[in-house]
Design a protein around this ligand. Structure first.
Ligand code: ADP
Ligand code: ZN
Length: 600
C-alpha cells in the first residue's frame, strides 16, 4: 500500500518525489480521516486527493466552484490517462447524460461537480446508491463568510458530513487565515478534522516594500535592474494597466496589458505570449494569474496595494516557481489605503464582514510599514513561525527606528484640532503651514500646530501618517473619504502614556544586488524556446491551455536532460505513462533537431 502511492505518482503523473505536505494529506485520507489542507497555490494540492482517488476502486467526487478550473483539471487528468469527468452547465444536456452513464457504469474515477449540482436531492440519492469513496472540496475557503470569497452555494456542503458519514472528506484551500480555517473546519466537519498548514515559505522570493512617491519613476527604476527578465506588474484598475503597459513600451520595454475588460481573444493571445516568449512584462489587474504556471517569472511589482495579505501572498507567489531568485516589490501610498477602504465599504455585505475585511487590510498595511523581517510577519499570519529570513529589505538593511513621539503628537493634535474629519493631505498642509483656501476658510491657520513642521517634506509627513495608521494610532474613516481620527491608542500617545518610533523617510531608494546564484543559464534558452512553441502548437491543436500539455518545470527539465529516447524521456519530471505515449515522439524529434543544428 505504501509503495503504491509512489507508483501512482510516477506512472500517472511522472513525478519522482512528493512535495512538502502532499504525503501527509494523502496518508490521512487513506486512513479515512477528514482533512483541511492549507497549501499555497501551485504547491500541488490536487494530487493530494487525486492520488488516493486512484489508489482504490470507486468514485471520488470533487467539488469545484469555477467552471474554468474544473475543465482545466479534467483536461489535465485525461491527458494523464485518468478517467475524469465533469457535469456542469457549460456542457450540453446530452453530454451530461452521457457522462452520468459512464459514472454509473463505474468507469469514472473522478467526477467534478459544482456545489449546487452536487447538493441536489437527485444527485445525492444517485451517488448514495452508487457509493462514493472520497470527497474533495476544492477552494474550501468559499464556505466561510469570513473568507475572501464567500459563495452561498458552498454553505450547503456542510451537510456532506451527515450525508456521507463514512466517507473521508478533504477540504483544500490556498487562502485561509486563522479565522477562516476555524470556520471551514466548523462548517464542513463540525470542528473535528486534521488541519495541515504547509509550504507557505518561498525563500527565493526577496520581499521589499517602498513608500509610493512617483510610481512610474519607481517602476522604471526597478525594471532597469531587471532588464531582459519576465515579470508581472500588478495595477489596481484597467485604465492604469493600459497606461502602464504603454509607458513601458515607450521606454523600449516589451510589455503587454491584461485585464478583464479586454476581449477574450486578446487576453488569451497576451497570456500565451507571456507563457512562451522570453523578456516580456505583463501589466495586469488581478484578473491575471488564475492557473498561471510559469516557472521563470523573475519579479512581481505591485504598483498599487492589494486587498489583503492573502491576496498579496497569492500574487507574489507567481514569481520564482523554478526556485531561482525572484523579487517582490510593492509600493504603498496613502491614496491606495483610502481606495481599498472605499472598496470594502461599497461592497454589498454585512457590517461584520466589512469589519473583518478592514482588519485584513490592516494586516497588510502593518506588514508594509513593519521594521522587522517581512517573511516572519507574512508566514506567521498563515500559522507558520520562521526565523528572520535574510532575504527581505528589512533583513538586508535593518531599519534604524527613530524616536518620534513628539512628531506623532503634533500630527494627532492637528487631527483632533481640525475636528477629526480631514484627510492626510489637509493635515499635512496644516503641519507645513500651507495657507490653502480650505485652511483659510476653516481658520485652521489658527490652531497651535499650524506650520510647526514646515521644514519637513510633504512625503515625509505622509510616511509618518501611514505609520501611525499601520500602528493603529490613527484611523482612516470607514466612510472611505480618507478622514483621519485619533484612536484610543492615539489618545494614550497624546497623553504621553505611549511612545512612537518610526522608520525614517527614504528618497526613492531601492534594494540592490541579487540573492544567491541564479540557477538559470544551465539550460539552453534556444532549445527551451523551441520546446515552448511546440507546446503551444500542441495546445492549440487540442484547444487547451499550454501548461496542461507540460508545465514550465517539465520543459526546463527536458531542456536540461535532453532525452534521446523514450526511456530517457520517461525520466523527465512531469512525464507520466499517458503523456509519454502521446507526446514523447514530437518532443524527442524537436530535441534531436536542435542537437543537429548545434553540431553544424
Ligand atoms: P494547486 O492546486 O495547489 O494550485 P496544482 O495541484 O495545480 O496546485 O499543482 C501545481 C503544479 O505542480 C502542477 O503543474 C502539478 O503537476 C505540479 N506538481 C504537483 N505535485 C508535484 C510533485 N510531487 N512533483 C512535481 N510537480 C508536482
Ligand atoms: Zn526577512
Amino acid at each position: 500500500m505504501n509503495d503504491s502511492k509512489h507508483q501512482v505518482l510516477k506512472s500517472v503523473f511522472g513525478f519522482d518525489t512528493f512535495r512538502l505536505g502532499q504525503e501527509a494529506v494523502i496518508d490521512l485520507l487513506l486512513a479515512g480521516r477528514r482533512v483541511l489542507a492549507v497549501m499555497p497555490t501551485g504547491s500541488g494540492k490536487s494530487l493530494c486527493f487525486q492520488i488516493p482517488a486512484l489508489m482504490r476502486d470507486g468514485l471520488t467526487i470533487v467539488v469545484s466552484p469555477l467552471l474554468a478550473l474544473m475543465q482545466d483539471q479534467v483536461a489535465s487528468l485525461r491527458l494523464a490517462g485518468v478517467a475524469a469527468e465533469a457535469i456542469n452547465s457549460a456542457q450540453s444536456r446530452d453530454t451530461n447524460v452521457a457522462v452520468w452513464r459512464r459514472v454509473a457504469s463505474g468507469e469514472t474515477r473522478l467526477l467534478y461537480l459544482s456545489p449546487e449540482r452536487l447538493m441536489t436531492a437527485r444527485m445525492l440519492e444517485a451517488l448514495a446508491k452508487l457509493g462514493v469513496k472520497l470527497i474533495a472540496v476544492d477552494e474550501a475557503h468559499c464556505i466561510s463568510q469570513w473568507g475572501p470569497s464567500f459563495r452561498p452555494e458552498y454553505r450547503d456542503l456542510g451537510r456532506l458530513k451527515e450525508l456521507f458519514p463514512e466517507v473521508p472528506i478533504a477540504a483544500l484551500t490556498a487562502t485561509a487565515d486563522a479565522v477562516t480555517r476555524t470556520d471551514i473546519v466548523e462548517q464542513l466537519f463540525d470542528g473535528r478534522a486534521e488541519t495541515l498548514v504547509l509550504g507557505f515559505d518561498r525563500p527565493n522570493i526577496r520581499l521589499a516594500v517602498r513608500g509610493k512617491q512617483d510610481s512610474k519613476r519607481q517602476l522604471l527604476a526597478f525594471l532597469k535592474d531587471h532588464a531582459g527578465e519576465n515579470g508581472i506588474v500588478y495595477c489596481l484598475s484597467r485604465k492604469r494597466t493600459e497606461q502602464t503597459a504603454q509607458l513601458l513600451a515607450a521606454h523600449g520595454i516589451p510589455a503587454l496589458p491584461y485585464h478583464a475588460g479586454m476581449s477574450r481573444e486578446v487576453r488569451e493571445a497576451n497570456q500565451n505570449r507571456f507563457m512562451t516568449e522570453p523578456n516580456l512584462v505583463i501589466v495586469a489587474t488581478i484578473a491575471f494569474g488564475m492557473g498561471i504556471d510559469k516557472a521563470d517569472v523573475r519579479f512581481v511589482f505591485h504598483m498599487d496595494l492589494p486587498s489583503s495579505l492573502e491576496a498579496y501572498y497569492q500574487e507574489i507567489g507567481r514569481a520564482g516557481r523554478d526556485g531561482a531568485p525572484a523579487e517582490a516589490h510593492l509600493l504603498l501610498g496613502l491614496a491606495d489605503i483610502r481606495m481599498r477602504r472605499l472598496f470594502i465599504d461599497e461592497e454589498d455585505a454585512g457590517e461584520d464582514r466589512k469589519r473583518r475585511e478592514h482588519q485584513r487590510l490592516n494586516a497588510l498595511i502593518g506588514y508594509c510599514e513593519a521594521a522587522g523581517c517581512r517573511r516572519q510577519i507574512l508566514l506567521s499570519y498563515f500559522g507558520e513561525s520562521p526565523q528572520p529570513c535574510g532575504n527581505c529589505d528589512n533583513c538586508i538593511r535593518p531599519v534604524q527606528l527613530v524616536e518620534g513621539t513628539l512628531l506623532a503628537q503634533q500630527i494627532l493634535s492637528a487631527v483632533k484640532r481640525t475636528g477629526e474629519r480631514y484627510g492626510a493631505a489637509h493635515i499635512v498642509d496644516v503641519l507645513r503651514g500651507v495657507p490653502t483656501e480650505r485652511i483659510m476658510a476653516a481658520q485652521h491657520d489658527r490652531i497651535p500646530t499650524f506650520g510647526i513642521g514646515a521644514e519637513r517634506k510633504k512625503e515625509e509627513w505622509h510616511a509618518l501618517v501611514r505609520q501611525l495608521i499601520a500602528g493603529g494610532w490613527l484611523e482612516m474613516d470607514i466612510a472611505g473619504f480618507g478622514g483621519l481620527s485619533v484612536s484610543g491608542k492615539g489618545h494614550a500617545l497624546l497623553r504621553g502614556a505611549d511612545s512612537f518610533h518610526y522608520r525614517p523617510y527614504e528618497k526613492l531608494a531601492r534594494v540592490r544586488g541579487k540573492a544567491g546564484d541564479p540557477q538559470a543559464g544551465a539550460v539552453d534558452d534556444i532549445l527551451l524556446t523551441s520546446l515552448k512553441s511546440l507546446r503551444l502548437r500542441l495546445a492549440k491543436e487540442r484547444r487547451l491551455p499550454a501548461y496542461l500539455i507540460f508545465s514550465d518545470r517539465t520543459l526546463l527539465d527536458m531542456a536540461a536532460r535532453r532525452p534521446r529516447n523514450r526511456a530517457e524521456f520517461a525520466n523527465v519530471n512531469g512525464v507520466g505513462a499517458a503523456k509519454l505515449g502521446e507526446f514523447s515522439d514530437v518532443f524527442l524529434a524537436a530535441i534531436a533537431a536542435h542537437s543537429t543544428i548545434e553540431q553544424v
